[in-house]
Design a protein. Structure first.
Lengths: 284, 367
């Protein structure tokens, strides 16, 4: 290729690539630089690994890493696991399927914070659930359900919010499978599980991986659900980052932020690989 | 033509450039008020109850014809903005509100205008919670942390006063007491005073050393020993909500916060408040005028109004604050004056932050 061709390609890529490099690259650069002591809002800006060693030595950080991975992983797995049967069910149109599909995707239009507050109202000490359970005589007195230590409330909200997204992605993938392929499998004696395992899953692998990875990244960095309904004896990484920042400790906040980006990157790759391994038996 | 343009631009520039602090130093108070009316508006950076303040300042706007803008923003964001734009010739902030102890972390003289041109009023408060605001900061909001309780569950005679009383209460009534360790200072006020009483550490000394942090350990042990009998809540407001909801019987709270919620009908009126004898932290918030305030005269008149006996009486009535002017009426307070003797000052930094970190690591994460 001539230099002229290279310049043309570069010029064509610039509107998209330039935006990514300038907007995302500059933010990533500043976060990394700040984690090493540069860009101090107050005081001296100088290279230092002190913030990394100090944050990594804190128990609250290792707990936050484990906790965020737990939320990210299970949110992705549960959302996709619930979305798959629905996507297959809605694959072929039937009376009311469009309305049903729209209803299932409705949570995409509701902000997570609104859902979190509604959830608190339902599970609070004198909330709807406690009143119902006492009313029908199952519980003798109200139970404390808010901020449960296993973060089931956070997982419930994450799945409620993310399952419709997984459904959106998987519906497209599942609908792309030709009837002929599934009919041929059926003719050859494949049952529902075999058809899913050997036909649907491999052909929708990309959609599933995309859904898993995007949900994982979002849930890993959860702040809204965690601060509203999450356990009070641990913090998510985003919550810890904000907590450092609100104390004016921008360098430690940057360490957590950069760690979050690294975990999101590595975790996504591992999750995509894991998905492929589980669904196909071995990586190809 | 160019001469005309230049003259017009210069005239417009002179008209639009705000006057600065130096201009006020030679003025009488009447001249400052006249100048303030010419400036006609000001921006007050305050990080809490913005909607309530927008209503409360209407009497100032009516009296002086000066409109007050209160932007939304949190404490950290406002203070970072104030510091970030300190070198700009003209900033955006006319009046800056901050926790009184936070003013101790900056050099007042280099950041804020002197308030010595205000009309003399000996009732104003410039020394609060161990911090001397000098000529640059005045307190406008007095607050006190304590314990909110449900009188239907705990009688006044049975209120825990000492750490032993609290331990007994936790044992006798498991999980009916809760406190927060973040998102608000009422919980931290409670646990820091328990630590002070149990471990005997001196929070008025801000020095940090391994030995001083290790000395707090008996306090952490106290909390861990009783961990099964109290709960950790999410925030200041969560404490009060759970008492109002009858889930908890007692929880730390701010006097002004509770009074405000009760006045607005957001929590039960029956909930009461007291300051235990073991002590809980009190303090307040102050206001100052940044050196690069775009409307310094209007800011000065506003600070005068904010710290006046009338405004402080109104704040006590509407928000339940401890008045920050000796001539104000404090009859609407939630606690009798004799309980104010149990007020403690916030611990000095950086020791306090280190204890907070250690508390999270040694108590919260151990649950």
């Amino acid at each position: 290729m001539t230099m002229r061709n290279w310049i043309q390609i570069f010029a064509l890529l610039m509107p998209g690539l330039g935006l990514i490099l300038v907007l995302i690259g500059s933010v990533v650069y500043i976060a990394i630089a700040q984690s090493f002591g540069y860009y101090a809002l107050l005081g001296e800006s100088a290279f230092s690994t002190e913030f990394w060693s100090e944050v990594f030595s804190r128990k609250i950080f290792s707990r936050a890493v484990r906790y965020s991975i737990y939320i990210g992983f299970w949110s992705a797995v549960l959302s996709v696991a619930l979305a798959y049967p629905l996507a297959i069910w809605l694959r072929k149109p039937f009376p009311g399927s469009i309305g049903l599909g729209a209803l299932l995707k409705a949570p995409l239009l509701v902000h997570g914070l609104v859902a979190a507050f509604l959830y608190i109202n339902v599970i609070s000490y004198n909330g709807l659930l406690n009143q119902t359970m006492q009313g029908i005589g199952i519980w003798a007195e109200p139970r404390r359900l808010q901020n449960d230590s296993n973060a089931f409330g956070v997982l419930l909200l994450q799945v409620w919010k993310n399952m419709p997204f997984a459904l959106l992605v998987l519906t497209g993938s599942v609908q792309g499978i030709s009837d002929d392929v599934l009919d041929a499998a059926r003719d050859l004696g494949a049952g529902p599980w075999a058809r899913f395992r050997k036909i649907i899953a491999p052909l929708t692998m990309s959609g599933m991986q995309a859904a898993m990875v995007i949900i994982f990244i979002g849930a890993l960095a959860d702040f809204t659900f965690q601060t509203t309904v999450g356990p009070t004896n641990r913090q998510s990484m985003a919550q810890l980052m904000v907590s450092f920042k609100s104390r004016g400790d921008w360098h430690s906040a940057a360490v957590v932020g950069v760690s979050l980006m690294i975990i999101a990157l590595l975790g996504s790759a591992l999750l995509a690989l894991l998905t492929r391994t589980v669904m196909r038996g071995s990586p190809r | 033509m160019f001469k005309k343009l230049f003259t017009t631009a210069a005239a417009l520039g002179a008209f639009m450039t705000p006057l600065h602090a130096g201009d006020l130093s030679t003025m009488s108070w009447d001249e400052i008020v006249a100048q303030a009316k010419e400036e006609s508006n000001l921006t007050w950076y305050v990080w809490y109850l913005q909607d309530d303040f927008r209503r409360a300042i209407s009497s100032f706007e009516d009296e002086y014809g000066i409109s007050v803008k209160i932007p939304d923003g949190d404490n950290a964001g406002n203070s970072q903005k104030m510091l970030a734009e300190k070198d700009r010739e003209t900033g955006d902030i006319d009046v800056f509100a901050w926790g009184y102890d936070s003013f101790e972390t900056v050099e007042l003289k280099s950041l804020f205008n002197s308030l010595d041109k205000l009309p003399k009023d000996d009732g104003r408060v410039s020394k609060l919670a161990g911090v001397d605001g000098g000529d640059h900061v005045l307190a406008f909001w007095g607050n006190q942390s304590g314990i909110a309780y449900d009188p239907a569950k705990v009688s006044e005679a049975d209120l825990p006063q000492s750490i032993d009383d609290f331990a007994t209460f936790w044992t006798d009534h498991p999980n009916k007491f809760g406190f927060n360790y973040e998102k608000g200072g009422s919980g931290p006020s409670f646990y820091q005073n328990v630590l002070r009483n149990v471990a005997g550490v001196d929070f008025s000394n801000g020095e940090v050393s391994d030995a001083r942090i290790a000395a707090v350990q008996p306090g952490f042990d106290f909390f861990n020993k009783h961990a099964a009998n109290y709960i950790i809540t999410a925030s200041n407001v969560d404490n009060i909500n759970r008492v109002s909801d009858k889930e908890l019987w007692m929880a730390p709270a701010w006097e002004d916060h509770l009074a405000g919620l009760q006045n607005r009908g957001e929590v039960r009126k029956e909930i009461k408040f007291y300051i235990p004898e073991m002590g809980m932290n009190g303090g307040g918030n102050g206001v100052a005028i940044p050196k690069n305030a775009p409307h310094p005269a209007a800011a000065m008149v506003f600070v005068n109004w904010l710290t006046s006996p009338e405004t402080q009486t109104m704040f006590n009535r509407d928000f339940g604050t401890a008045p920050m002017n000796a001539a104000a009426d404090d009859s609407a307070a939630l606690v009798p004056n004799e309980q104010r003797a149990f007020r403690q000052s916030w611990g000095k930094q950086p020791f306090r932050s280190k204890v907070e970190e250690a508390f999270i690591d040694n108590v919260i994460l151990e649950r």
